[in-house]
Design a protein around this ligand. Structure first.
Ligand code: NAD
Length: 426
C-alpha cells in the first residue's frame, strides 16, 4: 500500500520537499526485505506542532508569525534537527527536513531520531530586539515537546549561536534549571562545542575528498562551484581552497560571482560577513544567477536551499561530482539525469551530516560537563564521516545503486529494526 498522498494536511508535488522525500523512500523499498512491512512509519511524521508566535514590534504594532516543530521519527532516540527562520518556511518543508534528519542520524549511526523546526519570518526585516522576542516566544511554544532527552534543536538557515543561546535561556527559565543540553550549536562559553560552527562544511569536504579519490578526481587544481555562501558553503569552499582546489563560482541570495583564477575564499567570506552577501566583491565578475549552472567545474556544491538542482539544470551540470551541502537540493528527476550522465552525487543525508555529528558531541559534552579539544572533535568527526562513507560506498557498489539509495538503505534498515524491536504500543 502506498500512502504518498493520503496525509490530509500536506499536498506534495513530485518536486516539492516532502514529495522528493517520499520518492526517495519508494526507491529504497526493494532493499528493505522483511522490514518493508514497517515502511509506512517513514512516510508519516510522528508528531507535528504548529504554533502562533505573536510579538510586539518596535513600532508598537503586533505581528503574528507561524512556527513549526516536527518530530518525524523517535525510534532510535530523541529528536534532533535545526530551526530555520525564512519567509518561505512551510509545514511541508519542515516535515521533509525532519525526515531527512531521521535518515541522516541513522546513516552516521547517531542515537537520535529526526526533527526540525522553523518560523515563517524574514529575520532580515526584524530588529535585534524583535528577533529575540520571536525566538523566545517560539521556544516557549514548542517547549511542550522539546527537551534534552526529548528533542534537541540546532541552527539552520538564518539561525546561529546567539539564537541558540536565547533558546537555551528561554527553555531553562521555563523549567527552572539551566539545561545546556536542550539545544546544540550554542556559543562556546554556554556549553557549545569547539568545531561545531565549521562541522557541516568540514563534513562536506571530508566526504568530497573520499568520493573524489574513488573516482580519480584530484582536488589540487580542481574547479569548484558553490551555491550558498553561508555557514555550510563558505566553510566547504575554504577547505577546498586550502586543499589546492580553485573556487571559481559562488552564488548567494545577493548574486553570482565568477573568477576563473579562483577566489581568495577567506577574503570573500570576510566581505560577505561585513556586507551581508557577496554582491560588490571586486575580485570577480558578477553574472546572471542562471549562468551559475553553466560555469565549467569539476565539483558542484549546492549549499543553499531545497529543489535547486532541477531536471533542466541537471542537464547543464558540468561537474563530475555533486556534494549536497544543502538539504534536499536535488529533485528525483534530476537525480536520474545526473546518474545517466555519470555525475556522482554524494547525498545530503551523508554529505552534510558533519553538523549533527558535532552537535551530538556537544550534547554528550554538556551532559558530562567535560569538554574536548578542537583536534579531538575534528579527529572523531573525520573518523565517523569516513567510516559512514565507506559503508555506504560499499553498499552502493554491492547493489549497483546510487549513493542516495545506498544511504537510505543503510539508514532505513537501522530505523526500522529499532521500530520493530520496540514494537507497537499498546
Ligand atoms: P546560512 O543561512 O548560513 O546560509 C544560507 C546561504 O544560502 C546564504 O549564503 C544565502 O545567501 C544563500 N541563499 C539563500 N537563498 C538563496 C538562493 N535563492 N539562491 C542562492 N543562494 C541562496 O545557512 P546554512 O546553515 O549554511 O544552511 C545552508 C543549507 O545547508 C540548508 O539547506 C541547510 O538546511 C543545510 N544544512 C545546514 C547545516 C548547519 O549546520 N548549518 C547542517 C546540515 C545542513
Amino acid at each position: 500500500m502506498s500512502s504518498a498522498n493520503d496525509l490530509s494536511y500536506v499536498h506534495p508535488s513530485p518536486t516539492s520537499p516532502w514529495g522528493t522525500y517520499l520518492s526517495q523512500v519508494d526507491r529504497v523499498r526493494p532493499y528493505l526485505g522483511k522490514l518493508d512491512r514497517w515502511v509506512e512509519t517513514l512516510k508519516r511524521p510522528k508528531r507535528a506542532l504548529i504554533v502562533d508566535v505573536p510579538i510586539e514590534l518596535d513600532d508598537g504594532s503586533i505581528a503574528h508569525f507561524e512556527g513549526y516543530r516536527v518530530q518525524h521519527n523517535l525510534s532510535r532516540g530523541p529528536g534532533k534537527g535545526g530551526v530555520r527562520f525564512h519567509p518561505d518556511v512551510t509545514l511541508e518543508e519542515v516535515m521533509a527536513l525532519s525526515a531527512w534528519m531521521t535518515v541522516k542520524c541513522a546513516a552516521v549511526n547517531l542515537p537520535y531520531g529526526g526533527a526540525k523546526g522553523g518560523i515563517r519570518v524574514d529575520p532580515k526585516k526584524l530588529s535585534i530586539t524583535e528577533l529575540e522576542k520571536v525566538t523566545r516566544r517560539y521556544t516557549s511554544e514548542i517547549g511542550l515537546i522539546i527537551g534534552p532527552h526529548a528533542d534537541i534543536p540546532a541552527p539552520d538557515v538564518n539561525t546561529n549561536g546567539q539564537i541558540m543561546a536565547w533558546m537555551m535561556d528561554t527553555y531553562s527559565m521555563n523549567t527552572g534549571a539551566t539545561a545546556t543540553g536542550v539545544v546544540t550549536g550554542k556559543p562556546i562559553h554556554l556549553g557549545g562545542s569547539l568545531g561545531r560552527v565549521k562541522a557541516t562544511g568540514r563534513g562536506v569536504f571530508v566526504t568530497g575528498q573520499e568520493a573524489a579519490r574513488r573516482i580519480g578526481l584530484k582536488l589540487e587544481g580542481a574547479r569548484v562551484a558553490v551555491q550558498g555562501f553561508g555557514n555550510v558553503g563558505s566553510v566547504a569552499a575554504e577547505l577546498f581552497a586550502k586543499a589546492g582546489a580553485k573556487v571559481v563560482a559562488v552564488q548567494d541570495h545577493t548574486g553570482t560571482l565568477v573568477n576563473d583564477r579562483g577566489f581568495d575564499v577567506a577574503q570573500l567570506s570576510e566581505f560577505s560577513r561585513t556586507n551581508g552577501g557577496i554582491a560588490g566583491f571586486k575580485e570577480g565578475a558578477m553574472v546572471s544567477d542562471d549562468a551559475f549552472w553553466d560555469v565549467p567545474c569539476d565539483v558542484l556544491v549546492p549549499a543553499a536551499l531545497e529543489g535547486q538542482l532541477t531536471a533542466e539544470r541537471a542537464r547543464r551540470v558540468t561537474a563530475r561530482l555533486v556534494l549536497e551541502g544543502a538539504n534536499g537540493p536535488t529533485v528525483p528527476e534530476a537525480d536520474d539525469i545526473l546518474a545517466e550522465r555519470g555525475v556522482l552525487v554524494v547525498p545530503d543525508v551523508i554529505c552534510n551530516a558533519g553538523g549533527v555529528t558535532v552537535s551530538y558531541f556537544e550534547w554528550v559534552q554538556d551532559f558530562s560537563s567535560f569538554f574536548w579539544t578542537e583536534d579531538e572533535i575534528n579527529q572523531r568527526l573525520d573518523r565517523i564521516m569516513v567510516g559512514a562513507f565507506e559503508n555506504i560506498w560499499e553498499k552502493s557498489a554491492r547493489h549497483a545503486i546510487s549513493l542516495r539509495t545506498a544511504t537510505f538503505a543503510v539508514a532505513c534498515e537501522r530505523i526500522l529494526i529499532a521500530r520493530e524491536e520496540r514494537g507497537l504500543y499498546p
